[in-house]
Ligand binder design. Sequence first.
Ligand code: ATP
Ligand code: SF4
Ligand code: MG
Length: 322
Amino acid sequence: MPPLLELRNVKMYYGTSRGTVKAVDGISFRLNKGEAMALVGESGSGKSSLAFTIIRLLPRNVAEAGGEILFHDEELGVVDLAKMNEYEIRRKIRWKKISMVFQASMNALNPILRVQDQMIEPLVLHLGLSREEAVKIAEEALRSVGLAKDVLMRYPFELSGGMKQRVVIAMAIMMRPRLVILDEPTSALDVITQANIMNLLKELKAKFDLSYILITHDIALASEIADKIGVMYAGKLVEVAPADVFFRKPKHPYSQKLLAAMPTLREEKSIEYIPGDVPSLITPPPGCRFHPRCPYAIKGKCDKEEPQTKQIDGSEVACWLY
Ligand SMILES: Nc1ncnc2c1ncn2[C@@H]1O[C@H](COP(=O)(O)OP(=O)(O)OP(=O)(O)O)[C@@H](O)[C@H]1O
Ligand code: SF4
Ligand SMILES: [Mg+2]
């Protein structure tokens, strides 16, 4: 059985007046059906760019895009999303097979349009459904996320943050996709509402056998739902590990730093911070991109040669220490 999603050496560079930004630079991983992968990494490491690359919402200033994005589906077989044109993606993939909850999307709901109009418009416009069919689907999706159908008639400003986030999630699952990409779905919410949304995501995952790519800064939150953890650093995926292995024994020095920087309620420990900044993606450091900040950097090796990804007890890690 092939994985639901397999990326092979995926790249996406932006063209800017300052130079080419290598935001997604040779990323490979596999995601199985029903699996949730949390994607973590500092701000600017390319997480959202990778999400847009997968769902093929490439901005106008793309300078280069490459690699294979293989998606396996019972109906379509194995297709390479990177080779499909916008028309095919829209007709066959986006929202129907792969959907996305965008970063800060609950605040992007149009305040002067009723929820109903925002939910059913894409169904009518892009999928050619009748208004009645679309309303039925929207009502059902709202029910799945724990909202009453009369929310359809409300305006976004009449809803709490948690309710708006539920609406956005309802929009993402409304066409019964196989994979949902969630970009910081809870970062604008208070902790109780965050926990409620995470519980909802868990329920939906089980109910619809969904796969997730969950982008988050909050590794503790990620541990609630993720089967595996992917760590991005400066446009590269430096480690992918089963969640239990990752939390017990992160292998990449950057992953170790990220975990050490995570506050915990269970034990008293001083929180470390990671010295230095995320490097420029226009002129990234040669060799291992983490070498200027890495306490274990091997002189003459890490600063010159790029580490290849290796398999070590179930984890994939790109570091010369292994
Ligand atoms: N449209 C664009 N044009 C040029 N550069 C861009 C564009 N969008 C993002 N970038 C750059 O690409 C890099 C990766 O950005 P991205 O938004 O993917 O990071 P991220 O990991 O999602 O960060 P955050 O955690 O802050 O959301 C950054 O250097 C960013 O400035
Ligand atoms: S390859 Fe070298 S610099 Fe990079 S994380 Fe490993 S030890 Fe550190
Ligand atoms: Mg982002």
